[in-house]
Ligand binder design. Structure first.
Ligand SMILES: N[C@@H](CCC(=O)N[C@@H](CS)C(=O)NCC(=O)O)C(=O)O
Length: 206
């Protein structure tokens, strides 16, 4: 059984969904209930995944580690296809996630409202331009992964849930919205959200 340290509605939700998709049993632990979480994850960030013998950090690295252990349509065997799957995971983790992080950072600043709105809108434009890249990729395919969804599709769907936390316009094309709808409806996705809701009931949800 794996133990996944998470924050509600954070990127760690994607890790939980991928673990469900791979058929793993996972106990989730809200990091707010862990004293000295920095001893587990030095940066204080989730996800952190405790296995029998080690703790894995960094969402993209955790997923690639799990995906390559078994045969799954989320991580194709062919060299070109696998390279694309890794590139897509990194696009989600290292490009889209940081673009959203700017919104959280700006929102947290104690600056005057006008400056904050200008900065938030500029950051939102950056996020929208990344979603337009996703939309272009979806010409003739339902998912970044092709006919079958990939870990990157799951990661992007988790990040898209952050739109509602900011009062800005984030634009997404129709193919992108279809992708996000399909992933949101997966049993694994619904299960992960229900799991977080149940386990975080004792805390204020983000
Ligand atoms: N590079 C890290 C970044 C993870 C990250 O930014 N996690 C956020 C949540 S989405 C976090 O834990 N922030 C600090 C916090 O919630 O206290 C990864 O991909 O795992």
């Amino acid at each position: 059984m794996y133990q996944l340290y998470y924050s509600p509605n954070a990127c760690s939700l994607a890790t939980q969904v991928v673990l469900h998709e791979l058929g793993h049993e996972v106990e989730i632990i809200d990091k707010r209930g862990v004293t000295h979480f920095n001893e587990i994850s030095a940066t204080g960030a989730v996800p952190a995944l405790k296995t029998n013998d080690t703790v894995l950090l960094e969402g993209a690295a955790i997923m690639i580690n799990m995906l390559e252990k078994q045969t799954t349509p989320m991580f194709p065997q062919g060299v070109a296809e696998r390279t694309q799957a890794i590139e897509d995971i990194m696009f989600a983790n290292a490009t889209m996630h940081p673009a959203y992080s700017k919104l959280f950072f700006i929102s947290s600043l104690d600056i005057d409202d006008t400056a904050k709105i200008i900065a938030l809108n500029a950051a939102a434009d950056g996020v929208s331009s990344l979603w337009s890249i996703v939309e272009q990729r979806l010409h003739g395919q339902d998912f970044l992964g092709g006919d079958h969804y990939s870990a990157a599709d799951i990661m992007l769907t988790v990040y898209s849930r952050w739109n509602q936390l900011h009062s800005v316009d984030i634009l997404m094309g129709e193919r992108t919205r279809n992708l996000l709808g399909a992933i949101s409806n997966l049993t694994s996705f619904q299960r992960a959200i229900a799991n977080e809701t149940k386990h975080s009931a004792a805390y204020e949800v983000l």
